[in-house]
Design a protein around this ligand. Sequence first.
Ligand code: TMP
Length: 208
Amino acid sequence: MFISFEGIDFCGKSTQIKLLKEYLERKNIVVEILREPGGTEISEQVRTILLSKKNNLMTLETEVLLFAASRAQLVREKLIPLLQSGSYVISDRFHDSTTAYQGYGRGIPLNIIDNIHKISVSDTLPDLTFLIDISLEEVENRKLKISNSELDRIEISDRIFFEKVRTGYLELAKSEKRFVVINGLEEVNHIHDKIVTIINQHTLGNVK
Ligand code: TMP
């Protein structure tokens, strides 16, 4: 089973991924966590280029192609072999991030983004995607707790950008059946319980 977690920066998905991994391991399920961009040696190098604030001259075309390059490597080197071995895979972001951030956020036409996905991921798509949704007010609150020097090239983007990204995610969730929207403002354990319930429903009781 391939599960992806999506959402705007600071939505809390990494906490939920950790809790879900622990839950599945308690059930003796083999599970691997991948992150995007990154997850292989080559993809991690691309991540460094993408997120470095030094690269403020990066064009949006370069950006979208680098995200796709990182993903193309991850899919072939890690994701496909893991899924073939029967492992569960949880990915901290996947191709929907490119649709939301570079498509809706940066304004690259969605038909171009879809064609890029065809090369980078082909038909290796998540079975289930959790969108952890939080308001822009909450993003601002959570951002205040982090010093500016710790924010990466994308996290320093303004509120208007993140508003577009959030809208994009919600549009995607409406159009794709594999999406489950979770209110990220709820209490951490409550969110976790919801996620576990949905996974159990999805696997028809295989993970009890
Ligand atoms: P992270 O902070 O969740 O590790 O993700 C890195 C940043 O990259 C985050 O701000 C979202 C952004 N991103 C994109 O803009 N497009 C993508 O395709 C992916 C995977 C991430």
